[in-house]
Design a protein around this ligand. Structure first.
Ligand code: ACO
Length: 431
């Protein structure tokens, strides 16, 4: 016997048994609930999708109350300790950790698609010298669609794999070009003898030396940060990726849309805002005043709070540990003391306790990025690079899911009923 949800409609006295599957009802089953036969039928109303699942997924699991995050069943803590970003990208997309042979083929494929078309330089040069790197990244990822028209073959498995190599391979190159453009430095090509994060550091920071040698601690720290940011189930940007992809647009323009969503300060743009906030606070003794402003509703405590986590974000815990390792190389970032004090006071304060507001992934990441030499406006790109693997994994899952169709929410229309057109000379007469 299937479980059901019994509903009584007080308007009509009608009784309905709605099947329950995996703890959910299919809201299409509500459409049978009508007052009159020609009614449209009942819909769910859920602005911002606070309680609506838009897909079935097997990629990432989050238990927000317990602070649990797993990719394909593997706890994030184990992956951060034992895996590498490219292996995690493989896991997210394929569902299993790669064998040695699979891993070699995967890494080779990505490494050999890191170069950008030379026209990208001209494209980049068109941006104003102080253009925000995320604006440049969003546009340049979209431009990949123009260089690779074969990306439209979304039903072709081989074509999809090629776009995955290209996207994951080129994200660091695009981000590095955007950074170098911003700094006025010449562009640097990828170095295929280095690791994924090592080659990225090379493209960012290589100056006159013949061979760039990344600091192994920073190279490893960046790789772990990439693992932590790789996927986070149906967040704002991933929903955009799936939404654009559902119209069968190619994965590059879909990724550009997802990256645009990530750019916002309430999402991946928060890491940049945290740094600006810490700089504005300036010193530990100003923290209590700042907390008062947050509680008065004047400002948000950036890097705090999450739609899903109502407990400590497990990624933030790991990032705090990485910070110590990075600071041993770079020297301590003094902003850390302000951040620690903010966290200490917030976690004891009823305002934050009652609302279950804890540090999220963005709270400590910016402090590390700054210590590693990244300018503040480059931080969100560091989120976008690894999230590309999560986006593309989610996109492929959507493409292959026979239940998915073009994404198209309903609305509750509260506007005017039909009315006749008013000529210009009579407008405003009724106030
Ligand atoms: N500072 C102060 N108050 C907050 C904060 C915050 N950072 N976050 C939530 N609140 C308060 C809200 O004002 C609200 O209070 P109320 O009940 O008195 O009105 C309550 O907590 C619930 O918050 P909502 O806004 O309803 O929570 P929602 O799930 O819609 O928002 C979000 C989640 C956007 C992340 C929010 O917590 C926020 O704006 N945080 C700051 C920005 C940030 O760090 N974003 C990164 C998120 S992680 C990521 O995307 C990678």
């Amino acid at each position: 016997m299937t479980d059901t949800l019994s509903i009584t409609d007080s308007r009509t006295g009608g009784q309905y048994d709605i099947p329950i599957s995996d703890g959910t009802i299919n809201t299409m089953d509500l459409r049978q609930i009508k007052v009159l036969d020609d009614d449209f039928g009942m819909m769910g109303y859920d602005p911002a999708f606070k309680n609506t699942a838009s897909c079935q997924s097997r990629i990432t699991f989050i238990d927000g109350d317990k602070g649990i995050l797993r990719y394909r069943g593997y706890p994030i803590e184990q992956l951060a300790e034992k895996s590498s970003y490219l292996e995690v990208a493989y896991l997210l997309i394929h569902g299993e950790l790669p064998t040695r042979a699979q891993s070699e083929e995967w890494v080779h494929g990505i490494t050999h698609h890191t170069m950008l078309h030379e026209n990208t330089k001209k494209f980049m040069d068109g941006f104003h010298h102080d253009a925000h790197p995320m604006g440049m990244l969003v546009s340049t990822v979209a431009a990949l669609s123009t260089f690779y028209p074969d990306s439209k073959a979304i039903q072709d498995e081989d074509a999809r794999r090629l776009q995955m190599y290209r996207l994951i391979g080129k994200m660091p190159s695009i981000a590095a070009y955007a950074y170098r453009r911003r700094m006025g430095f010449p562009y640097v090509y990828p170095d295929n003898e280095l690791s994924y994060s090592g080659s990225f550091l090379n493209m960012l920071f290589k100056m006159t030396e013949l061979k760039y040698k990344p600091n192994p601690v920073l190279e490893k720290a960046l790789d772990v940060l990439f693992i932590l940011h790789a996927d986070h189930e149906q967040n704002c940007s991933t929903s955009v990726m799936r939404g654009i992809g559902s119209s069968q647009a190619d994965p590059f323009v879909a990724t550009a849309g997802a990256a645009a969503a990530l750019y916002g300060p309430l999402h991946g743009g928060a890491n940049e805002q945290v740094l600006r906030m810490l700089n504005e606070i300036g010193s530990k003794d100003k923290v209590p005043d700042f907390i008062q402003r947050v509680k008065a509703g004047d400002v948000l405590l950036m890097g705090f709070g999450h739609r899903v986590y109502k407990n400590y974000d497990p990624r933030a815990k790991i990032i705090k540990e990485i910070a110590e390792q990075v600071f041993e190389v770079t020297g301590r970032n003094e902003l850390l003391d302000i951040a620690l004090e903010l966290e200490r006071i917030a976690l004891e304060d009823d305002y934050f306790v009652d609302r279950k507001l804890y540090p999220n992934v963005d709270f400590y990441s910016g402090i590390i990025y700054q210590a590693m030499g990244f300018p503040t406006d480059a931080f969100t790109m560091l989120f976008a690079i690894p999230r590309a693997s999560g986006w593309i994994a989610q996109w492929q899952e959507m493409i292959l899911d026979p239940e998915q169709k073009i994404a198209r929410p309903r609305q509750v229309y509260l506007g005017h009923d039909k009315r006749d057109f008013v000529p210009e000379d009579r407008r405003g007469e009724d106030g």
